[in-house]
Each structure stands twice: as C-alpha cells, then as structure tokens.
Design a binder for this molecule. Structure first.
Ligand SMILES: *Cc1c(COP(=O)(O)O)cnc(C)c1O
Length: 362
C-alpha cells in the first residue's frame, strides 16, 4: 500500500472486481458453493488428456477449435459455423460486452442474476440497466409481470437473460425469449450455463433470429470447471463478428481435447445429469421439511429461503461445520442460501448440519 495510484482508468480504479465463490484449500469439506458438478468428468476425457502428444503442446492450438465445433454441432443440431469456442463461458460474456456495448450502448438484464454482468459493464464503461425480476414470478410473461416487454423497453444494445437463472434456478420459457428477441432492437444473449439441468434450450431460435446468442459452459453439466471451456451458438454473421473481439488463440490445446471428448460422451453426460436432478428433488424436499422455502429449480443448485433464522447466521454456522454454501448479501437474497446439489452423502452432511443449527426442526 501507499503507492501513488492513478494509473488505471477511473472506473477500473473504483471497481471492486468480480468476487468468486470461496475455494477452500482442503478437500475434506462439503463444498456446495460454486455449482461445480459433483461427479468427475467422463473417463474418456482423462484418456484423451493422457494421450496428448508433446507436439500438440509445442504448437499453437487450432484457433477455431474445429474438432470441438463439429462435435458440438452434431449434439446441438446446428452447423459448425454456428459455434464459437471460448475460454469458459465467461469469455463469451466479456466478448459480448466488448462487441456490443460502450458509453452510448447499454446492457440490460433481470436481477438478481450472475454478478459478473455488472463487472463487465463497468469495464467497457456501459450503462447496466437492471430490471428487477420478482423472485416469486417463476414464469415470465405470466400474471402481471411481463419480462419480454420490460426488457425490450430499455432500448439496450445487449440484453442478457440467464436461463436457468442464477442464483434463483428459475426458468423463462423459450417462447418468452423469442418474444423478447422479436421486440428488442439489439442482441439477446441467453446465458445457458445451467441449461443441461433444465427441460428445454433456446438453441432452435438461432435459425430464425439474427440477434440471439446462446452461451454454453462445459463447467457445470460436463464437470470441466477446471478446464475453462465454453462456447457460443448463433447465426454465422454474429459468430464471425464475435471472432473479431477474441484473443488470438482463445482456447488451449488441452482444453480443446478435453471438451471434445466430454461432449462426445453424451451417454455419460446424460447419466450424470439425471443423478443430479434426482438429488435436486430429494434435497429440495428435505429442505422444505426443515422449514425452508425452496422454489423449484431448473439448475444444479437450489435457492433456500430461511424462514425462522437469519441466512447469514446459518451460513456462518455451516462454515464452522466445514459445509460451504453461498450467501449473497444483496437485495432480495439476504434471507436465502444458494446450495449446489452435491453427492447424496454431501447433501446428507449438509442436512445433518442444518438440523444441528436449527434445533426447533429436530
Ligand atoms: C458458470 C457460469 C457461466 C460460465 O462459466 P465458465 O466456467 O466460464 O464456463 C456463465 N454464466 C453463469 C450464470 C454461470 O453460472
């Protein structure tokens, strides 16, 4: 400390930066705080990484990741030209802000949502229009709250819908996304980082809308958070435009090999997703029995509202018992905990700890 600052642009100097979920150094804790998949990646991923030839690492990787794009195209029923490989889905978000937003071109998104969006908005210096999405309204467009109309009226150059949403787990129907894309003037980015755990995807919309980008991540459904690999789906023109704001070699050779092997093993992927969904249902029910309000989740986490105790106190007492969940000290979330669906035994340890903490629920 004590250095003369002033080297940074004003908005960077003032920014706090993104705050990632805590990564405990020990592995014997119950870690349900950053929505990783509790199962390991496909054995074929490990085989493929072990088989990487030194020559492959000596040379620069394929800048466009053709092998992955072909595999992902087959899985998604689109063409390889509709796909862009990224260094994590987060890179695609950064690219979208760089490509579409500046001081005169705003970004809009419903809140509460992924806290990286405002961080990126600040970096590019665009206005971030946050549209409050009532937590009770699970389905947009129903009842009094019309999400497409609310978002379209902002006039933003980039509208982001996290679907399923984090940290709520709620899902906006694909028809609502289509309505939104129809109404806005700018681009709609659908952040489908958690879509593997939902019932439907908006990918079919990219053939009829020239302003929709779908974001996918290999971190959650495919258990590759440590690899850093994600991709975007859109019409060819948008994909080509996005390339212009990307790094020279955005995805490394090992990540390409791993992600390709992972997406090719659909059988393993589907089996894991089903296991997570089964545990999600069990965890939801058990938390409700313990007196929490838990909305239905389309994701690999649940948002549990504490009715009889303070969420931050429950959080602290869970940490004392080596159980990590996520607490957001933010409007609308102060009384809630976001809990990643873990292995059955991890979820059991969480539930046991909660029973100790809330004596009245014994
Ligand atoms: C995990 C996540 C992403 C992308 O994560 P990567 O690990 O960078 O692929 C994007 N959006 C949301 C809401 C996420 O939770």
């Amino acid at each position: 400390m004590g250095f003369a600052m002033g080297y940074f642009r004003d908005n960077i100097e003032r920014a706090a930066g993104y705050v990632p979920g805590f990564q405990p150094g020990r592995s014997d804790v119950v870690k349900l705080n950053t929505n990783e998949n509790p199962y390991p990646p496909s054995p074929q991923v490990i085989e493929a990484i072990k088989a990487i030839e030194p020559e492959r690492l000596r040379r620069y990787p394929d800048p466009l990741g053709r092998a992955f794009r072909e595999a992902a195209a087959a899985v998604n029923g689109v063409g390889p030209d509709n796909i862009i490989c990224c260094n994590g889905g987060d890179e695609l978000l950064r690219m979208a802000f760089t490509a579409f937003c500046d001081s005169g071109r705003a970004a809009a998104y419903p809140v509460p949502t992924y806290t990286l969006y405002p961080v990126l908005a600040n970096i590019v210096g665009c206005e971030a229009i946050e549209v409050p999405f009532p937590l009770g309204a699970q389905k947009a467009g129903e009842g009094e709250f019309n999400l497409p109309a609310k978002l379209a009226s902002t006039g933003a150059a980039l509208t982001i819908v996290c679907n399923p949403n984090a940290p709520t787990g709620s899902f906006v129907k694909v028809e609502e996304i289509a309505l939104l894309a129809d109404e806005v003037n700018g681009v709609v980015l659908v952040d489908e980082a958690y879509v593997d755990f939902a019932e439907e995807t908006g990918v079919r919309l990219i053939s009829s809308f020239d302003n929709i980008i779908i974001l996918r991540s290999m971190s959650k459904g495919y258990s590759l958070a440590g690899m850093r690999f994600g991709y975007g789906l859109a019409n060819k023109t948008l994909i080509q435009g996005l390339r212009k704001v990307q790094d020279s070699y955005p995805v490394d050779a090992a990540a390409l090999v791993a992600a390709t092997a992972a997406i090719e093993d659909q059988e393993y992927f589907r089996a894991n997703v089903e296991k997570v969904k089964t545990e999600r249902a069990r965890l939801t029910e058990a938390l409700r029995q313990l007196g929490f309000n838990v909305a239905e989740s389309s994701s690999n986490f649940v948002l549990a509202q504490c009715k009889h105790s303070k969420a931050n106190e429950v959080y602290e007492k869970l940490v004392e018992r080596d159980v990590y969940v996520r607490y957001f000290n933010m409007q609308g979330l102060e009384d809630k905990l976001r809990i990643t669906v873990g292995l059955a035994q991890q979820n059991d340890r969480l539930l046991e700890a909660i029973r100790e903490i809330l004596p009245q629920s014994k």
